[in-house]
Design a protein. Structure first.
Length: 300
């Protein structure tokens, strides 16, 4: 396009010196002056440039499309920072993600805190040694996210998760545990956890789950998803079958289990038969091993 011809677009810039050069070009009387202004502007350092249309109806349509698109975007999180989009500009919040860790082992809490301290945008603001403390700490500091162990004294992680969400429905809770069974995962998600992490996972997976949950999505690493897929459709034990399985793990006979739960021995035999069928095993010993591995029971 010749220099003297009208242009539908120009480049707006964040450098004030370059804006002045473009302004001089726009006010130039002829082609020679325009070329001189362009040469001077080209020598000026450019920071960033964004195309702008000088067609009001078209620009209005573009703005409407961008506004609609940004309204559908979840909050962005980059290395622990939430952000929002406004027009052409991406605004990143510098406030760190405030995290509460709940675990009954001091070394685990210390290790998690040390690791998170090395990540920009993440900050551990409170720690708890059991579920009851986790609820109290949450009330006190109201963190952005909770890393919750499942096995803790006084109140376990599932009970604490339910208690926190009952009082604070918008709480973001991620389970961080040694238990990798599909039933452990199902119970945690049913309790309201938004993510599930096993303690032997890589740091990158932990950060990815934190980012996903802070963006309002589920945080399910591939290994966790694979465990769930392996046992789909889900075939759960009933509370009574779980109780019988736990008693089987202690070495009790059917007669002894019947006496313990207040049922007949024939009823217990029916429960045992159903347990073997649901777990797809051949005998009581294998049933106990599979039930423990998948998270139906805990072996003390």
């Amino acid at each position: 396009m010749p220099l003297g011809a009208p242009s539908r677009t120009v480049q707006t810039v964040r450098s004030s010196s370059l804006i002045a050069g473009v302004g001089r070009w726009a006010r130039a009387a002829g082609p020679a002056a325009q070329m001189k202004a362009l040469t001077r502007a080209a020598r000026t350092p450019i920071v960033t440039m964004t195309p702008i249309l000088f067609d009001p109806p078209r620009r209005a349509l573009e703005n409407a499309r961008e506004t609609k698109a940004h309204a559908c975007e979840p909050n962005l999180l980059v290395r622990g920072m939430r952000g929002t989009s406004t027009g052409h500009n991406l605004v990143r919040m510098t406030a760190p993600v405030r995290i509460l860790t709940a675990d009954d082992h001091h070394l685990i809490r210390a290790g998690v805190s040390s690791f998170l301290a090395t990540e920009p945008g993440l900050e551990v603001v409170a720690e708890a040694t059991n579920g009851e403390e986790a609820l109290e700490r949450y009330r006190a500091v109201q963190p952005d996210l909770v890393l919750m162990d499942l096995s803790m004294p006084v109140m376990d992680g599932l009970q604490a998760t339910r208690a926190i969400l009952e009082e604070f429905p918008d709480a973001r809770i991620v389970v961080l545990t040694t238990y990798a069974g599909d039933e452990d995962i199902h119970r945690a998600l049913e309790a309201g956890a938004m993510g599930y992490l096993v303690k032997d996972m890589l740091a990158a997976e932990v950060l990815k789950v934190i980012r996903s949950v802070m963006a309002g999505r589920r945080g399910i690493p591939p290994a966790v998803a694979a465990t769930l897929a392996e046992h789909t459709p889900r075939i759960a034990l009933t509370p009574r079958e779980t109780e019988v399985t736990a008693l089987m793990a202690t070495g009790l006979t059917n007669a002894q289990i019947a006496e313990r739960i207040g049922r007949t021995e024939e009823t217990v035999k029916v429960h045992v038969k159903n347990i073997l069928q649901k777990l797809d095993v051949r005998d009581r010993t294998e049933a106990v091993a599979v039930a423990a591995r998948r998270g139906f029971i805990r072996l003390v």
